[in-house]
Design a protein around this ligand. Structure first.
Ligand code: ATP
Ligand code: MG
Length: 559
């Protein structure tokens, strides 16, 4: 499917707008905001919005507010507020002292609603939600006016105050703007401003039993904070006339400009908070920070770095058109980052034992192995070479096809950083399963070619059998096996193989690794010591991403 249009990459239509406004002195500076609703954890789509809002403020030397859009207490929780702040900070952004809550403006919003009533532009309506829908009309038919539309200002004021006092049942009345029931834009057909809902609010407690709707709260909050550019996703394009209408009616301290951009959609990923919540609550995953989740917390626990997520958001650019971005772009971003920063080590995910018949049982040779092929500043460690080692089960084939260049009976490969290894014999159990390989090494080949000029085509990784650490490794695959999983039917496209846990053998040096460290296991990918499951001396590894074919290059270089 289509990814972001390459033509639009590099151009930044929002920054072009701002450049123009600064040049014409329409604005003096830039103030943006990131306005999450605290009803779930942030996901990679939010990261796009965070990078855009905070990045734009940084670019123009302005500021970006973090404002919680906490107007719907039935779905909101303190846990989400805390996680959102932690995630924005982790991504590398700082709102400084500019932390705000829409709920702090409840009193002002209420006062403006009374002003609107006094101006004859809002009324209390007794229609039920279903009736409101029926009266609203459709895209092709105008709506019908509510029978309560012509209540007097006095009656409306009285009823609205009594709504606030808690005289009416939940849902019994709403306050609606009096705009235009025939407007082609359905958002202007007398939208609701307030509904009655007895719900405990994390910040205002039980002070209110009426809560403002998103449209009534959002633009006014922007105006109170003197936001200059209110950047939001395309589904709010049709709300912009309402945003502007409200600000035009009230005595607003400023009139921010709303600009819409296309939200991020990723292949093999569901971003709807409703679905993410169900994945967590119904146990399809292991919590909001499950490393398979597209949440910032999940990506962080998987081993994604803040820099890789920022680079990804930069690379996908900004557009006015909906598109589906290939998830490999995200994977490549973390590969690029970790390629430069992760020390290389060896780990065998599916070990099979190799006995080196011409190596003494108690002989241990310490090999000095660098942590990074082109970064001497990373230093090196000592890797023990012993008579018994483990190699990857699939680096051996008893009956190899033509293109298989790794180990097979009678064949030779290079052991990374060590010797040429030749398979002499295969040992099997009674059932015919391979239990070990009997091999020999060529002592002449340590770190170089033998004098007879013989060459090998494959290089494989290994660890000492007695001097290695057994470790749990979690191999992640995509959570969904469909490119565009449906949000309503997501269970059907869940990938049953999205998590595979193996008992691997890794270099003993890794027993020192604490939670939260990155490594490249040569040939296997980038790994991260799980910050939750790792214990002192017993790291648990998450595979962040497999390597693509970078190994071919490394092997070529070392030959
Ligand atoms: P919901 O409507 O289910 O609550 P939401 O994704 O709109 O979900 P918000 O917390 O309101 O959640 O989002 C905060 C900000 O992040 C909004 O400005 C929204 O436009 C932006 N945002 C949300 N999802 C994406 C996305 N996929 N791509 C880019 N921006 C997004
Ligand atoms: Mg929203």
């Amino acid at each position: 499917m289509s990814s972001t249009d390459p033509v639009e990459q590099g151009s930044h239509f929002i920054h072009e707008i701002i450049d123009g406004e600064l040049a014409s002195k329409k604005v003096e500076g830039v103030v943006t905001r990131f306005p999450p609703e605290p009803n779930g954890y942030l996901h990679i789509g939010h990261a796009k919005s965070i990078c855009l809002n905070f990045g734009t403020a940084l670019k123009y030397g302005g500021r970006c507010h973090l404002r919680f859009d906490d107007t719907n207490p039935t779905k909101e929780e303190q846990e989400f507020i805390d996680s959102i702040m932690a995630d924005v900070r982790w991504l590398g952004f700082d709102w400084g002292e500019h932390l705000y809550f829409a709920s702090s403006y409840f009193e002002q919003l209420y006062a403006w609603a009374e002003d609107l009533i006094r101006d004859g532009k809002a009324y209390v309506c007794d229609l039920s939600a279903d009736e409101v829908r029926a009266y609203r009309g459709t895209l092709t038919e105008p709506g019908r006016p509510s029978p309560y539309r012509d209540r007097s200002i006095e009656e409306n004021l009285d009823l609205f105050r009594r709504m606030r006092q808690g005289e009416f049942e939940d849902g019994a009345k709403t306050l609606r703007a009096k705009i235009d029931m025939a407007s082609p834009n359905l958002n202007l057909r007398d939208p609701a401003l307030y509904r009655i809902r007895r719900a405990h609010h994390p910040r205002t407690g039980d002070a209110w039993c009426i809560y403002p709707m998103y449209d009534w709260a959002h633009g006014q909050s922007d105006a109170i904070e003197r936001i200059t550019h209110s950047l939001c996703t395309l589904e709010f394009e049709n709300h912009r006339p309402l945003y502007d209408w409200f600000l035009g009616q009230i005595d607003a301290p400023s009139h921010p400009r709303q600009i819409e951009f296309a939200r991020l959609n990723l292949t093999y990923t569901v971003m709807s908070k409703r679905v993410l919540r169900r994945l967590v609550e119904e146990g399809f995953v292991d919590g909001w920070d499950d490393p398979r989740m597209p949440t910032i917390a999940g990506l962080r626990r998987r081993g994604y770095t803040p820099a890789s997520i920022r680079a990804f958001c930069e690379r996908i650019g900004l557009s006015k058109r909906e598109s589906l971005v290939d998830v490999t772009l995200l994977e490549n971003a973390v590969r690029d980052d970790l390629n430069a920063s992760a020390p290389r080590v060896m780990g065998v995910l599916d070990p099979i034992k190799v006995v080196i018949e011409n190596w003494d049982e108690d002989k241990v040779e310490m090999l000095e192995v660098p942590y990074h092929p082109d970064k001497p500043e990373f230093g090196s460690r000592q890797v023990p070479f012993t008579r018994e080692i483990f190699i990857e089960r699939d680096d051996f084939m008893e009956d190899p096809p033509k293109k298989f260049f790794r180990l097979a009976p009678g064949r030779e490969v290079r052991l990374r950083w060590a010797y040429f290894l030749k398979c002499e014999r295969v040992v099997k159990d009674e059932a015919g399963n391979i239990v070990e390989l009997r091999c020999t090494i060529d002592p002449e080949t340590k770190g170089g070619a033998p004098s007879d000029g013989r060459k090998v085509k494959g290089t494989i990784h290994w660890v000492s059998a007695q001097d290695s650490l057994e470790a749990e490794v979690r191999l992640y695959d995509r959570l969904f096996n469909e490119e565009a999983p449906s949000a309503s039917d997501f269970e059907k496209s869940l990938n049953p193989g999205s998590l595979r846990t193996v008992r691997a053998r890794v270099e003993k040096s890794l027993s020192q690794a604490s939670g939260g460290a990155h490594f490249q296991f040569e040939r296997q990918g980038y790994f991260f010591t799980d910050p939750v499951s790792s214990k002192e001396g017993a790291p648990v590894f998450n595979r962040v991403v497999p390597l693509r074919d970078t190994w071919a290059k490394v092997a070529a270089k070392s030959r």
